[in-house]
Design a binder for this molecule. Structure first.
Ligand code: CO8
Length: 258
């Protein structure tokens, strides 16, 4: 598949989406976030893909934020629309994707960049990464779900500290805060992420899909997460992967979910 601002590859059941505007520190213009949405939806409907990695091209940035040049002259209405479309076609697509999405953070993850990473199901960051929501320094606030997901991940006090100061934190601090799941050296980032994908892919993709939906339900208004869990639990039974997983256990062998 070819995109103007992404490199899209599929290998060993893993789709890697690399945001490719390194001379702009992979800043997200509207075309890029539409392409990410399209790329994820293509992978969801592609049975060859079971897991997605999002990363940035180059050694400096994952994504340094929304492209400031694009919204600098916006009206209030356009600002609202930009935020709304970012939610609907970017971060919600990522968060609700039935296939696991891992952010491999390889440098600056700022503003909209950190918001993409926070919408992913897991985050691995290299030691040279810097993460922050500096929007208030521009006179605006995080608009792609950052005010909600940062507080969900690290707690309200730390989230407000990061948002009001606009400060960047390094991977060590992000790990301590629970903002990222794992920290690696820059050289190990993709190697470690690949190992993590193998571990996840050794499990039932069908069960993982139901687990993602159940966990997300806790953060969605009007949904009772416990009820969703009961329903999703029930849907696992009688499936090919449930039969494989349970019979492998009973026969003392490893399950084969391929
Ligand atoms: N938007 C547009 N261009 C950018 C961005 C960005 N977010 N970040 C970097 N660039 C560009 C620079 O303009 C520069 O381009 P050029 O060479 O043409 O001048 C190039 O990338 C390299 O950047 P620097 O020269 O600045 O590199 P440094 O190493 O000196 O600095 C920094 C790196 C510290 C990351 C610096 O680039 C920076 O502060 N960038 C902006 C970070 C930021 O504020 N991000 C948040 C943006 S706002 C946002 O994401 C809101 C999301 C929600 C929107 C909802 C609707 C409003």
């Amino acid at each position: 598949m070819s995109y103007n601002n992404l490199i899209y590859t599929i290998e060993d059941r893993v789709n890697t989406i690399s945001i490719n505007r390194p001379d702009k520190l992979n800043a997200l213009n509207i075309e890029t976030f539409s392409e990410i949405d399209h790329a994820i939806k293509s992978s969801v409907s592609n049975p060859e893909v079971r897991l997605i990695i999002i990363t940035g091209v180059g050694d400096k940035a994952f994504v340094a934020g929304a492209d400031i040049k694009e919204f600098v002259n916006f009206t209030m209405e356009q600002g609202f629309e930009l935020s709304e479309s970012g939610h609907k076609i970017l971060t919600e697509t990522i968060e609700n994707c039935p296939k696991p999405i891992i952010a491999a953070i390889n440098g600056y993850a700022l503003g909209g960049g950190l918001e993409i990473a926070m919408a992913c199901h897991l985050r691995v960051a290299s030691e040279n990464s810097k993460m922050g929501l500096p929007e208030v320094s521009l006179g605006v606030i995080p608009g792609y779900g950052g005010t909600q997901r940062l507080a969900q991940l690290i707690g309200k006090g730390r989230a407000l500290d990061m948002i009001m100061t606009g400060k960047m934190i390094d991977a060590e601090k992000a790990l301590d805060y629970g903002l990222i799941n794992y920290k690696t050296s820059p050289e190990q980032l993709m190697i470690f992420t690949k190992e993590l994908t193998e571990k996840i892919l050794s499990n039932s993709s069908n069960a993982i899909k139901h687990a993602i939906k159940s966990v997300n339900a806790n953060y969605q208004d009007g949904l009772n997460g416990f009820e969703i869990e009961m329903n999703e639990f029930g849907k696992c039974f009688e499936t090919k992967e449930f039969v494989e997983g349970t019979s492998a256990f009973l026969n003392k062998r490893k399950p084969d979910f391929n």
